[in-house]
Write a protein that binds this ligand. Structure first.
Ligand SMILES: [Zn+2]
Length: 252
């Protein structure tokens, strides 16, 4: 299989929360994408692994995700190390995306920082056919030549990034909010736990303030590009421009 876009997500919900606007726009443009969740979110204060998987499936129905896999690595224990890099190389070789979306390499959550740090080395190593022979089979065959993704974009962290690119997601912003709310155990106040007993503990993400923050945060990035709502990304290295016209920007 090959897809246009692959999201590397430490936990189920990161793809939707950080890249939901881009994915919704990709869906509407007929582009294909897959999501790789590195863990099952078992360290989450609220919800359960089973509930989280159902929430991810509900989000995928909205997104029409081509495929979503879970690497089942240990939540809370990710490091930019050999096992994580090998797992990411395997995922990249499986989906062969042109564009990879990864967490920003600086993040308070160590799992996010780990995946953000491992993304670029993994993208390079997956183009080295002799790296990890168990996954190299087929990589150099005539129909699957050695491959590296064309670009990695790094998505937002909790405190906001100094964005290199801001995608105008105004047209899909309300749908992005719905997508985010598929994760009822994580976001929004007053959700009951999986057994239906009492209210799950309140966290920063599940406070009523968080949804207000999300709206304001996307408005903050949107303002920078003269749009109602924007989704921020960072990039390492220069972005190639094909034409002078592309520098003129869209008429607003
Ligand atoms: Zn996360």
């Amino acid at each position: 299989m090959s897809v246009d876009i692959l999201v590397l997500a430490p936990h189920p919900d990161d793809a939707e929360l950080c890249c939901g606007g881009l994915l919704l726009k990709a869906r509407d443009a007929g582009l294909s994408f897959a999501i790789v969740d590195c863990t099952r979110g078992e360290m989450g204060t609220r919800g359960s692994v089973a509930r989280r998987a159902k929430e991810a499936a509900a989000a995928d129905r909205i997104l029409r995700t081509r495929e979503r896999i879970n690497l089942k690595l240990r939540d809370g224990h990710l490091r930019d190390d050999e096992p994580l890099r090998v797992a990411l190389v395997r995922a990249l070789r499986r989906f062969r995306p042109r564009l990879v979306l990864a967490p920003h390499w600086e993040d308070q959550h160590p799992d996010h920082a780990a995946v953000g740090g491992a993304a670029e080395p993994a993208a390079w190593l997956c183009g080295a056919p002799k790296f990890d022979p168990r996954t190299a089979r087929g990589v150099a065959s005539p129909d699957r030549p050695p491959y590296r993704p064309a670009r990695i974009l790094y998505y937002n962290n909790r405190y906001g990034i100094d964005a290199d690119l801001v995608l105008d997601i105004s047209a899909v912003f309300e749908e992005k909010m719905k997508l985010t709310l598929c994760y009822g155990t994580q976001f929004g106040p007053g959700k009951r736990d999986a057994r239906g007993k009492g209210n799950a503990p309140l966290t920063r993400l599940s406070s009523a303030q968080f949804l207000d923050f999300l709206r304001a945060m996307h408005g903050h990035y949107g303002f920078k590009i003269n749009a109602p709502y924007g989704e921020p990304y960072c990039v390492k290295g220069p972005v190639a421009l094909d034409s002078v016209e592309s520098l003129l920007g869209n008429k607003r």
